[in-house]
Design a protein around this ligand. Structure first.
Ligand code: PBG
Ligand code: ZN
Length: 321
């Protein structure tokens, strides 16, 4: 085997190569800020005010990044997430500014309510036989409103992350009905209930006041259920499927890639912060480890990777050319 690993032959035989076109940069936009503010739990990441987000996105575009995913932190939260579908809400403002100043950037919006509800759950809550819990169908209507308001602001792709049953079919019908046939749906189709979302709770101010998300996100122990979830979203009309988190779930990613739709993998906040923190201590080499993690995610079957390392990776790929 070593014949094929010589320095000159090895590059010719390389199977998987990362490209800037694979990358999506997740960004946090905070309506309460006037200047960027560092996120303690995610060293190197910031929340940006709506007023400076377009400049940052222009910079990313200059580095060769072609897609961003927006999370919003609003001024006001209430029981039913009204600020999430406000035409002048934080994400809506940010999308308009980005699409005006950097029209070539593909703008994806996270469609969920947990940053906008005072209880921190992903939709409308109410009494169930489990006690207070996320209500499915009443929350669907809320997601429709959020997605339509994002589409009206110019979003290219909406990404429901709430794990409600039927959300993809509901959004597709609602978008088509409003004339947004061209807006894609990237479904967070296989989203596990993961401890790796820990740093995100601080980043997006989306911790919950009671309970947890285990009644709507998938148990990490369940492979069949995880694949079925993506298949159902494909049947409902998703354009892109997603597996989240990425690195611990490569077996699932490989199976979901077999469904036949493009697949995105989300390297989540915990995956980012683990590598960053160890690198800060000098315990591992950041560039080598990050490129390895993303190459392996792509090898497992991802067409697209959402990663907080996107800007760093774009720089590293330039160095290699
Ligand atoms: C909320 C949402 C979460 C993430 C994306 N959207 C957190 C959660 O479901 O608890 C996680 C992203 C990350 O950890 O990077 N619907
Ligand atoms: Zn949510």
């Amino acid at each position: 085997m070593r014949r094929s690993r010589s320095r000159n032959i090895q590059p010719l035989l390389r199977q998987v190569t990362l490209s800037k076109n694979d990358l999506i940069a997740p960004l946090f936009v905070d309506e309460n800020l006037v200047a960027p503010r560092p996120i303690d739990s995610m060293p190197g990441q910031f929340r940006y005010p709506p007023g400076t987000i377009a400049a940052l996105v222009a910079e990313l575009y200059g580095k060769g990044i072609r897609a961003v995913l927006l999370f919003g932190i609003p001024k006001t939260k209430d029981e039913d997430a009204r600020s999430a579908w406000d035409p002048d809400g934080v994400v809506q403002q940010a999308v308009r500014r980005i699409k005006t100043e950097v029209p070539g950037m593909v703008v994806i919006t996270d469609v969920c309510a947990c940053e906008y509800t005072d209880h921190g759950h992903c939709g409308i809550i109410g009494r169930t036989r489990e006690g207070m819990d996320l209500l499915n169908d009443p929350s669907l209507e809320l997601m429709d409103r959020i997605a339509i308001s994002h589409a009206r602001s110019g979003a290219d792709i909406v990404a429901p992350s709430c794990m409600l049953d039927g959300v993809v079919g509901s959004l597709r019908a609602a978008l088509d009905n409003e004339g947004f046939e061209e807006v894609l749906i990237m479904a967070y189709s296989t989203k596990f209930s993961s401890g790796l979302y820990g740093p995100f709770r601080e980043a997006a101010d989306s911790g919950f006041a009671f309970g947890d998300r285990t009644t709507y996100q998938i148990n990490p122990a369940n492979r069949r259920e995880a694949v079925l979830e993506s298949q159902l979203d494909a049947d409902e009309g998703a354009d892109i499927l997603m597996v989240k988190p990425a690195g611990f779930y490569l077996d699932i990613l490989a199976e979901v890639a077999g469904i036949g739709l493009p697949v995105a993998a989300f390297q989540v906040s915990g995956e980012y912060s683990m590598i960053r923190a160890a690198a800060e201590r000098g315990w591992l080499k950041e560039k080598e480890t990050v490129l390895e993690s993303l190459t392996c995610i792509k090898r497992a079957g991802a067409d697209l990777i959402l990663t907080y390392f996107a800007a760093d990776v774009a720089g590293w790929l330039d160095e290699q050319e």
